[in-house]
Design a protein around this ligand. Structure first.
Ligand SMILES: NC(=O)c1ccc[n+]([C@@H]2O[C@H](COP(=O)([O-])OP(=O)(O)OC[C@H]3O[C@@H](n4cnc5c(N)ncnc54)[C@H](OP(=O)(O)O)[C@@H]3O)[C@@H](O)[C@H]2O)c1
Length: 297
């Protein structure tokens, strides 16, 4: 509900599969389960889709504006999505609304309980911040060895301002990682407003900041994000940076209120260095000073 911008990066699937396989072997690995989740092969397969199959994702808390918009965008880039909810009927209603809105698109979105969404190879948690870790714990058995992205922000409304809260362990993402020690948690997509994310007539616009203590989780989410027209995924390091990323959402929302606009985050100064997390993508960043700017749209 707040911003916009523009860039398209496409990575070749083979490149990411190769890089994930190569690098996952050198990174502290999460224990693998019997299905191969948590292994380089398992994550690489989840990244690219197995044998030409679409990438499959589940969204926990998918019936809210953020989750529904993400499901819509993911389906539009060719992913197959299970939109989860505590109520399968609510999930069915939201999926029907999405398909009704975009009748001419071939969107593969299926309704289901959160526990069904959690069984997909890659999972996104899109609940309110104070429900994220608890909800993750409820489906933890399905998340072992998988990449789990969180997009929740801990914010509170005080008068006419949003202010950041500091959750236990510093961020929502860190709380979820502590709840899911055998999963590969990444913080991502917190700054992308649902309205823009779910509007398939427009590109997403802006940089998507991703951080995780598991590099292969960052690469996996980045590969998916970079398929979204207008979005540029950036590797922002360890999960400790989720504290700043989540809290910064309050700043962006304040700018929207102050200037009656929607802002998008676009970092400049990245035009002369490889900006994809695999180092293989071209950059079309327009300016060079290494400062952060917001782009009104
Ligand atoms: N809205 C945006 O533009 C946007 C953009 C980027 C990030 N975010 C972040 O994404 C998160 C979700 O945002 P949202 O606007 O979609 O939130 P929301 O509508 O308040 O919640 C999303 C879904 O979470 C489920 N839920 C609500 N309370 C729950 C609880 N106590 N336990 C388990 N599940 C619960 C509900 O689904 P069911 O009732 O169907 O289970 C609800 O539809 C927030 O943390 C927000 O900061 C939002």
């Amino acid at each position: 509900m707040f911003f916009s911008g523009g860039t398209l990066l496409l990575w070749r699937s083979a490149a990411i599969v190769h890089a994930i396989e190569e690098r996952a072997s050198s990174v502290a690995a999460v224990p693998a389960d019997a299905t191969g989740n948590g292994t380089a092969d398992g994550i690489a397969a989840a990244a690219s889709g197995t044998a030409g199959e679409p990438t499959r994702l589940g969204i926990i808390g998918g019936t809210g504006p953020a989750g529904a918009a993400l499901a819509t965008r993911l389906a539009d880039i060719g992913c197959e999505v299970t939109l989860g909810s505590r109520s399968k009927y609510r999930s069915m209603e939201v999926v029907d609304n999405i398909l009704d809105r975009w009748p001419e698109r071939d969107l593969r979105i299926h309704p289901g309980a959160n526990s069904l969404a959690a069984q997909e190879p890659t999972v996104v948690i899109a609940t309110p911040w104070d429900a994220a870790a608890i909800t993750a714990r409820d489906v933890a058995e399905h998340l072992r060895g998988k990449v789990v992205a969180t997009m929740s922000n801990a914010l509170a409304r005080v008068d006419d301002e949003f202010v950041p809260l500091i959750p236990p362990r510093g961020s929502v993402a860190a709380s979820v990682q502590a709840t899911l020690p055998e999963s590969l948690v990444a913080a991502a997509l917190q700054h992308v407003p649902a309205t823009e994310l779910g509007n398939l007539d427009e590109p997403v616009h802006g940089d998507i900041l991703i951080c995780s203590d598991h590099r292969e989780a960052t690469w996996h989410i980045a590969e998916i994000v970079d398929r979204m027209p207008g979005a540029r995924a950036l590797d922002c390091g360890n999960l400790s940076n989720a504290t700043a990323i989540e809290a910064f959402t309050a700043v962006l929302m304040q700018l929207n209120t102050r200037y009656r606009t929607r802002v998008a985050l676009r970092l400049v100064g990245l035009d002369h260095v490889p900006i994809s997390v695999l180092g293989g993508g071209p950059s079309n960043a327009e300016a060079s000073p290494a400062v952060a700017e917001t782009v009104t749209g």
